[in-house]
Design a protein around this ligand. Structure first.
Ligand SMILES: [Fe+2]
Length: 260
């Protein structure tokens, strides 16, 4: 694969047009993560959910010189560059691999990771779940079983489900062949915090997201909110695959998937 006359700054320009940096939530560590010369020609572009050590090693082995990841390399402040972080930076720098991330701006933007999920479930009357643009809330016309089947086919084979019977009962009480308009909330990645479950329980019938913990599961049970945990990975990689396609179509080149 060789991309004719494509430079890092051209790729970044496309990403930032698609997922404008100003959409990111405050404090999110987006944009250029590691890199120097953005004028160098790029031959191979890699894409991954996480800039993990194994992804960075694969990027090196496959000759990637521009690596896009959804999650940034640093979330919490660190004070030293030792251990795994040292190893990652060493590989990236020695091989002059540019690392660039679009995180919450890619979750929020049009056709981003949350819109991808709203489209997957064919939600109607879609609104933002949160005022900052994160998540989506819409109407699903169908049964709970239909929602579960879509989840199993496209998000994860084994979703964790809480309070399915509550939604099933609603379906059974409706006249229309078990079909009913269900209010469905979706949030890609980590959405199953106690705070978010508490908020969503006030207006949604079903909440699809990732990273359910023991305590958030108990809370969902207590509040009677039906939750589907499709996993952080599953709920983000679905839209990331579509984003990969957008970049490929734009640059007319194939991207190398490194962790999905
Ligand atoms: Fe995430």
């Amino acid at each position: 694969m060789h991309i004719k006359d494509v430079k890092s700054k051209d790729i970044i320009k496309f990403i930032e047009t698609f997922a404008p940096p100003e959409l990111a939530i405050e404090g999110d560590n987006i944009g250029l993560q590691v890199g120097g010369n953005l004028n160098r020609d790029i031959e191979k572009i890699g894409i991954a959910l996480d800039p993990s050590l194994s992804v960075v090693k694969k990027a090196k082995n496959k000759g990637v010189d521009f690596l896009f990841t959804h999650h940034p390399i640093l979330k919490d402040p660190i004070r030293t560059f030792t251990g795994v972080m040292y190893e990652k930076l060493k590989i990236l720098m020695e091989n002059e691999i540019i690392l660039y991330s679009a995180h919450t701006n890619l979750d929020i933007c049009k056709n981003g990771l949350n819109d991808a999920l709203a489209d997957l479930y064919h939600l109607k009357d879609v609104k933002y779940l949160y005022d900052n643009g994160l998540g989506r809330l819409g109407i699903f016309n169908g049964t709970f079983e239909d929602i579960l089947n879509i989840t199993k086919e496209y998000i994860t084979k084994n979703p964790t489900v809480v309070n399915a019977e509550i939604v099933n009962n609603k379906n059974n009480n409706s006249k229309n062949n078990n079909k009913k308009d269900l209010k469905v909330a979706i949030l890609s990645g980590y959405g199953l915090s106690q705070k978010s479950i508490n908020y969503v329980s006030k207006f949604a019938d079903v909440y699809i997201s990732g990273d359910l913990t023991h305590h958030s599961k108990i809370l969902a049970e207590e509040l009677g909110l039906c939750v589907i945990d499709g996993g952080h990975y599953g709920t983000e990689v679905y839209g990331l695959k579509l984003f990969k396609k957008y970049i490929e179509d734009y640059l007319n080149v194939e991207l190398i998937s490194l962790d999905f």
